[in-house]
Design a protein around this ligand. Structure first.
Ligand code: COA
Length: 337
């Protein structure tokens, strides 16, 4: 079998969010903000936060088990786990290793990938390459974030804190060699620009300082995420349409021929802007930021799992997924469902 005729198709999806719902009004009881401000600027109504003791691995495990169940597969059928996160459970080893143990994944390889809110698309790119190169038959791709344990819940952190939520999404990629079945990833395009790394980042702890974290850093809140919100917004609304068109053009597909657009759930206003710019009709864009906030690397696989669960997509339909995030990173993937 010629390698070029192998495509990576999605055979199972799953998602999980913690039970604890945190409404905008609840945030307003912790800091100077309001439901009106948050909804107007971001579209978010509520998000989920983990309960005490609930870990990223707990979320990822539930999403992975659902993905395996929907694919009618066992963990023993998977050859590799790729986990995208910006909120690893520990500094090292990565979250994927603790997930590996929880899933009883034997001795298959696993790795964490860190490309923040574009992390899932980066992981999907590597999963696709592992399959189309013939290295693996099945790859589990996971996005998992627990933001809530690392947010500044005072008024100082309100610009960032109101945006983020906790959640996990997972999918299983499988080699498709069936020439009658066109399902699979068609094109992925990724970019990064490290020049902007400090526009959305967490400074400490850092292995570039000794000690990595001290009382002064804590007092100054340097362990909390910091963001130049307007710059992020400006770059996102430029880069997302750019890379979306680049991926579609590489796949020889027109914007009008796409059945469903899944955008990273950073801010509903960013996504509305992108849709308007590309004249994408509202009904072709699925969002869940209103209920879950920005779950970074987990946002797109969570969307995909919901779409799959609700049967919102016919087999053969074209899906275009586009993200932007810290790094800065951005990317777009086009697939036939
Ligand atoms: N509640 C109430 N007021 C808030 C607030 C909050 N949660 N966060 C910020 N403000 C205040 C600011 O302090 C500022 O007050 P001031 O005018 O008295 O100084 C005012 O609102 C405007 O702040 P600004 O940062 O200019 O607002 P904005 O219109 O740029 O909206 C964001 C802020 C964060 C919603 C917006 O910049 C954004 O969405 N950026 C992109 C963020 C993103 O997508 N991040 C994730 C990328 S993966």
């Amino acid at each position: 079998m010629n390698r070029a005729s192998v495509r990576a198709r999605i055979v199972g999806t799953g998602m999980y969010v913690p039970e604890r719902v945190v409404t905008n009004d609840e945030l307003a009881s912790m800091m100077d903000t309001s439901d009106e401000w948050i909804q107007q600027r971001t579209g978010i109504r509520e998000r989920r936060w983990v309960n005490d003791g609930q870990t990223p691995v707990d979320l990822a495990k539930a999403a992975c088990l659902q993905a395996l169940e929907s694919a009618e597969l066992e963990i023993g059928d998977v050859d590799c786990i790729l986990l995208a996160t910006l909120s690893p459970q520990h500094d090292f080893p990565g979250t994927s290793f603790f997930l590996h143990e929880e899933l009883k994944a034997g001795e298959i390889p696993c790795i964490d990938l860190r490309a923040q809110c574009s992390g899932f698309l980066y992981a999907l790119n590597f999963g696709d390459a592992l399959i189309t190169s013939g290295k693996h038959e099945r790859v589990m791709v996971v996005g998992c974030e627990v933001h809530s344990t690392g947010l500044d819940i005072s008024t100082n952190g309100r610009d960032v804190t109101v945006i983020f939520g906790d959640g996990a999404g997972a999918l299983i990629l499988e080699a498709n060699r069936d020439e009658e079945d066109p399902a699979g990833i068609l094109q992925i395009r990724l970019h990064a620009q490290g020049r902007h790394a400090k526009r959305l980042w967490i400074e400490a702890p850092s292995s570039g300082t000794s000690p990595r974290l001290d009382q002064q850093m804590l007092d100054e809140g340097r362990h909390f995420p910091r963001m130049e919100g307007r710059q992020v917004f400006k770059h996102a609304v430029t880069r997302m349409p750019e890379v979306l068109l680049e991926a579609l053009s590489a796949a020889s597909i027109k914007v009008d021929d796409v059945n469903l657009f899944l955008f990273h759930q950073a801010n509903l206003r960013i996504n509305e802007f992108v849709s308007q710019k590309l004249e994408i009709p509202e009904e072709k864009v699925f969002s869940n930021i209103q209920r879950f906030g920005n779950c970074s690397a987990a946002s797109i696989p969570m969307l995909l799992a919901e779409v799959d669960r609700n049967r919102q997509l016919e087999r053969g339909g074209i899906v275009c997924m586009t993200a932007f995030g810290s790094g800065f990173t951005w990317g777009s993937a086009v697939l036939r469902w």
